[in-house]
Design a protein around this ligand. Sequence first.
Ligand code: ATP
Ligand code: MG
Length: 445
Amino acid sequence: MRLSRYFLPVLKETPADAQIVSHRYMLRAGMIKQASAGIYSWLPLGYKVLKRIEQIVHEEQQKAGHIPMLMPTLQSADLWRESGRYDDYGQEMLRITDRHDRDMLYGPTNEELITDIFRSYVRSYKDLPLTLYHIQWKFRDEIRPRFGVMRGREFLMKDGYNFDLTKEDALHAYNRHLVSYLRTYERMGLQAIPMRADGGPIGGDYTHEFLVLAETGESEVFYDSEITDLTFGDREVDFDNVEQCQAVLEEFTSRYARTDETHDEALFNEIPEDRRRVARGIEVGQIFYFGTKYSEAMGANVQTAEGTQVPVHMGSHGIGVSRLLGAIIEASHDDKGIIWPEGVTPFHVGIVNLRQGDDETDAACEALYASFKALGLDPLYDDRDERAGGKFATMDLIGLPWRITVGPRGLKNGVVELTSRRTGESEEMPPEEAVKRIAAIYEGV
Ligand code: ATP
Ligand code: MG
């Protein structure tokens, strides 16, 4: 993309009403624009990152054997009356009446709809296990939407639902989700720690929230500092292998890590004092096994091998896709702007032309641009007729992890400058070498 033809409405001033850094930078970098309280338009740059995050979620879900689909945003109230949640959900649910006076709602989550789909088609244990998921907009009429996309009213969520014959099978699905989430967040450059969470009104021990540590997080968390040494890395996991998934779950959940809802001071105090941590975190996902709550209420039964009818065991598993943009920025920025991890960056590399209109400099930039395109990479070329300082400030603000600076002085010696956004370190090298370096960086991403 050429910046002269892009739509990147960056703001010079810090928006007064944005309280946290991710919200400020998303507004300043022209990523989002508030449409009304807690509802945002995704401007091109923000939309691009959102799509990259979605893509990672899709890839990792499908590696785990989960099947993508799409359910609507608007749902009929009838299904929610069946499950009993229509009245329980309260004011967070946006209720709508259509022209025929039918009660509708903008889905805050999809257990009812997916259970209805399941019961309409699936009859036999032979069709299990089954995990379906989608990435769709949700609406929750939050009392206090704030922090930009972190706590919106309309927000994008991946929600997946497993259907299994037995509790044991459903717990394998739970473990499988935990494992796939670990890899998902790491690919986004995040450490998200699975923490024992509260089952809420449904109860039960089988729920973990994934939290990214950040001072601005809304949740108070308590953990054993050893947990932050764990990384999933690129280990191979066979998602059908029950023992393997169980082992990963144990590795990542055996140390103390809880939200304030489940915190147990006595247990916490058993950890050596120098390892006890009290901090804040951003919830970027949650996994949940809830058994037969919905299948019993809505009659989602399957026939067993013995010919009896049993309610199917279910769980639901969410990732806060749009919230993740905020979480990533909270975890990765400096006083100049965002620092995107390579896995989610909107453009792979920025090209800054220091002397727009100078034939040789223009030609060198065009050649770099073409080389990246030919490699299937996505460069952003700042070809505007602007001062160097302004171009650098924009690049720093929007946070591309790599920048190539091209000017007449360097070109005289046959070199351009390659700069890391994270370290600020620059290195001079021939343009072809810079292309090779960038290509190598993104090979494994
Ligand atoms: P919270 O406790 O933050 O209100 P939740 O536990 O009610 O969230 P879930 O039902 O677990 O949310 O939804 C799955 C994920 O969706 C959450 O882990 C979070 O990342 C994201 N999410 C939930 N509510 C919002 C919101 N209002 N804005 C943006 N993302 C959200
Ligand atoms: Mg949650």
